[in-house]
Design a protein around this ligand. Sequence first.
Ligand code: NAD
Length: 258
Amino acid sequence: MLDLTGKNALVTGIANNRSIAWGIAQQLHQASANLGVTFLPDDKGRYEKKVAELTASLSPSLFLPCDVQNDAQVQAAFQAIGEKWGRLDILIHCLAFAGKEELSGDFSDTSRAGFMRAIEISTYSLSQMTAAAKPLMTDGGSIVTLTYLGGVRVIPNYNVMGIAKAGLEMSVRYLAAEVGPQNIRVNAISSGPIRTLASSAVGGILDMIHHVEQVAPLRRTVTQTEVGNAAAFLCSDLASGITGQVLYVDAGYEIMGM
Ligand code: NAD
């Protein structure tokens, strides 16, 4: 039984009840972690309301706005963590973005602005948040991010997000080497395709899920709960020797040659 009692965990990337971050937050809560949750603020406060209602059952002790394109907001979020908790043990980086127009058609048609935005939000934000979390992880820590096979192989329509995930996976290795001496571990989970707000922007995602259901050794794709369980494991002392890795939680699809 995983026990994260006494661990302070910040979960980013919850948008709704389909979010992978929601599956992770639930499993961390079940393992008795003390949770903080961030939301992406918008003009009408829709995300704030939705995420607040959804996460109320997990009684997060911190609920913070955090748009990674806003440096001041990221700094304020981590400052609030320092003031309220004093120490951070777990950071879940579960966010990404690319414009819908970049997630179908030819990769070479990706606009400069679209390319930069995808990398900034989906890749740079891991380094940005690790830098902010590092001083608070005074008793070691675990950072987990989410990636996809499209960062290693060509997946139809994943396009610039594949470049972002390749950079993210390499960031995991550089960051793991950097913060390892402080006993902070950095790992990625490569999830199989799941229907979420973000994945629905990728052209042909339902076909991809159907293909995985036909081909993966387990003849299905995975659930948010299964990814959440793997994240809880990586955040626990049971994974104390694991860092700089990409763990596939994909019903085995990655091993197949088709
Ligand atoms: P989701 O839409 O539920 O989550 C994406 C989150 O990113 C949202 O909560 C959104 O608010 C947040 N976000 C976007 N721009 C942001 C910004 N500027 N600042 C802060 N947050 C921002 O979708 P999801 O599928 O749960 O995605 C979570 C992670 O899992 C992503 O990194 C995604 O690439 C990865 N992933 C998803 C799948 C899949 O099939 N769904 C597979 C592998 C990896």
